[in-house]
Structures are given as structure tokens and as C-alpha cells.
Ligand binder design. Structure first.
Ligand SMILES: [Zn+2]
Length: 98
């Protein structure tokens, strides 16, 4: 009888600890997201237009388009963006799109 109560207590304790840990993790994640949004709002971080990742504005991988400077997380993303841009331009010259 005594061991069953102990076991039950152990399970409850484990559950509580797990709950606390899970809650803390979620809180940290939302806190991190807030931090990112703060940096975005203050203009220190910008969104990679290709994959949506947040990149620092001091990052070297960028493309200037008139007054706008776009930052990318990787050269891969920059290539993708430039290719897409080329596709748009040729589409305009070609005329009708389906
Ligand atoms: Zn990217």
C-alpha cells in the first residue's frame, strides 16, 4: 500500500516537473520571438524575402534595388531571388502569362 502511494506521488511530481519545463521552454521561445520582432522593428534585423529567415542588417549578402537594400541569409537565397527577378523581367517582355 505504501509503495503505491509513493509511486503515485512520483508520477505526480514527474508530471509537475515536466509541465514546468515545457512551459518554460515555450516561454523562452515566445520571448526569443519577441526579441526578434523588436530587432525587426528597430531596423536591426530584416526578413530574408526568399526563405523568411531573420538576418542582421550588417550581413554582407545583399541586393540593392533602387533605394531598397534586401538582405539574405545565404548566397543560395540571393541567387534564388535574382533568378526570380530575371524571370519576372523576361515575363514582362514576353507579354501574356497564363
Ligand atoms: Zn534565406
Amino acid at each position: 500500500m505504501m509503495s503505491l502511494t509513493k509511486l503515485l506521488l512520483l508520477v505526480i511530481c514527474g508530471f509537475v516537473v515536466w509541465k514546468l519545463f515545457a512551459g518554460d521552454k515555450r516561454w523562452k521561445q515566445s520571448k526569443e520571438q519577441e526579441k526578434k520582432e523588436d530587432l525587426v522593428a528597430s531596423g536591426e534585423m530584416v526578413k530574408d524575402p526568399v526563405c523568411g529567415a531573420y538576418v542582421s542588417k550588417s550581413n554582407d549578402i545583399r541586393v540593392r534595388q533602387g533605394d531598397v537594400v534586401l538582405n539574405f541569409c545565404s548566397y543560395d537565397c540571393r541567387e534564388k531571388y535574382l533568378k526570380r527577378l530575371e524571370g519576372q523581367n523576361s515575363g514582362q517582355n514576353g507579354g501574356g502569362q497564363a
